[in-house]
Design a protein around this ligand. Structure first.
Ligand code: PLP
Length: 438
């Protein structure tokens, strides 16, 4: 299988090259040349076992005869080294898809680990060190840092907006050390992203310092997310004979598009509903307005503060390029900060759980579906652990959620991040410096 740009004007790439690629040269996003379809027999043959096995089964048709195919089982086992359970939501017939059991307590761990394992496995022993440059609003940087930490031949430079990530996130970003370094930028997330893009677009710099990106534009950060939707939808269908729908707290649409791709390939996934925060881009589009990106609005669910979701081009691609058809693939509902607060507080009493602000958006959407008389089966994707956002959820809860062990270990380490202005020359200087030897 080869991978082509959504804009159709870039050369096709093999899987391994498309994995870590950012934007295609024509500005589009890489997608498979054609979407493989699993027939009923193929789906039946997917084992009901570990996440790693389901992940390998859904990725295999996308790899075709790529050199990585021979190592796929090992790569999936390395990526899916933690549980992704579907747990009943107490006091209801609904479910929570707990995506926060990885090393940095957010869903981004799974795909970041797959990407790191794959790029490591593709690396020639004498290749120069590659620098993974990542701009983050908090969770991406930690997941990518953890996934590449200590990997020979790679180093990671994280750019985050100083003062605009939660205290736990800030600590985790600076706690890796070794080949992972964090810069706290005196600006917004958009400034960080612009700095990263500018460096990635600087051919002279890239000739000196080989650079990679690892945000959800990269297919390696997106496709592995098909695994958990496929595993639980299939298991649910086998046990109950009905499809399971998913409510996915969404920002850049990487997580939700993975569910849509898995469904398009033939997995028995029900309806996919996007829960967004107050940022109106997706809900306005879904309600019938032509698609239009906007500036992001800051909210309590800050990992979803996105005004122009980068994966929207993949949504249109799935719909055959037709905006009206894209509205048929998803539903969208927007949740404001007041509702996020109310939902976090109510979830403790109603379900005995402490949701993070992003997961709370999903729970609020579920509540509205039930209030409107919807009787289908739903799982809400719990995209991060509440303890990463204690500054928001702490005051709303009667007890403080315990930090998961792996993330607690990161928080227990000393942390350091250097301050930097929004200054491309300063960033280039850090990139040229020899701060991490493999
Ligand atoms: C990144 C993130 C999201 C948004 O995911 P997208 O793939 O960008 O839609 C939601 N919740 C949390 C906790 C995140 O870290």
């Amino acid at each position: 299988m080869r991978f082509v740009s959504t804009r159709g004007a870039s050369p096709a790439l093999p899987f391994g090259a498309a994995l870590g690629a950012g934007l295609a040269p024509d500005g589009g996003l890489y997608v498979p040349e054609r979407l493989p379809r699993l027939d009923a027999r193929d789906v039946e043959a997917i084992p009901d076992g570990r996440l790693a096995d389901t992940l390998a089964a859904v990725l295999r048709p996308l790899l075709g005869n790529d050199p990585l195919a021979a190592r796929l089982d090992a790569l999936c086992a390395e990526a899916a080294s933690f549980e992704v359970p579907l747990v009943p939501l107490r006091g209801s017939g609904d479910h929570l898809l707990e995506l926060f059991h990885g090393p940095t307590a957010a869903f981004k761990d799974l795909a970041a680990r797959f990407l790191a394992a794959s790029l490591s496995s593709l690396r020639a022993p004498d290749a120069p060190v590659q620098t993974v440059l990542v701009a983050t609003s908090g969770d991406t940087g930690a997941a990518v840092g953890a996934a590449f930490h200590g990997r020979e031949g790679f180093r990671v430079l994280i750019l985050y907006p100083d003062g605009k990530v939660s205290p736990a996130q800030a600590h985790s970003l600076g706690a890796f050390g070794g080949n992972v370094r964090a810069l706290r930028v005196a600006g917004s997330f958009d400034d960080c992203q612009r700095l990263a893009k500018q460096a990635l677009g600087d051919a002279a710099l890239r000739a000196e310092v080989p650079l990679l990106t690892a945000n959800s534009i990269s297919l390696g950060r997106l496709l592995p997310q098909m695994g958990y939707y496929a595993m639980h939808a299939l298991r649910f269908q086998r046990r109950h004979g009905r499809p399971l729908g998913f409510i996915v707290p969404s920002g850049n649409l990487g997580n939700a598009v993975a569910a849509l791709i898995a469904r398009a390939m033939g997995l028995p996934i029900g309806e996919v509903v996007l829960a967004t925060n107050a940022n109106p881009t997706l809900s306005a589009f879904f309600d019938g307005a032509p698609y239009r990106g906007r500036d992001a609005i800051p909210t309590l669910a800050n990992a979803m503060d996105v005004g122009a979701p980068s994966n929207v081009e993949r949504l249109f691609w799935l719909a055959g390029g037709d905006e009206a058809a894209a509205r048929g693939l998803i539903r969208v509902q927007r949740i404001d900060d007041a509702r996020i607060r109310a939902t976090v507080a109510a979830a403790e009493a109603r379900h005995g759980i402490a949701p993070c602000p992003h997961t709370a958006c999903g729970l609020a959407v579920l509540e509205d579906l039930r209030a409107a008389g919807d009787t289908r089966d739903w799982a809400v994707a719990a995209t991060a652990h509440a303890s990463k956002f204690l500054d928001v959820v702490g005051p709303l809860l009667s007890s403080t959620p315990a930090v998961p062990a792996a993330f607690a270990a990161l928080l227990a380490k000393p942390a350091h991040a250097d301050a930097m202005a929004v200054d491309g020359a300063a960033l280039a200087e850090v990139l040229r410096a020899d701060w991490a030897t493999p």
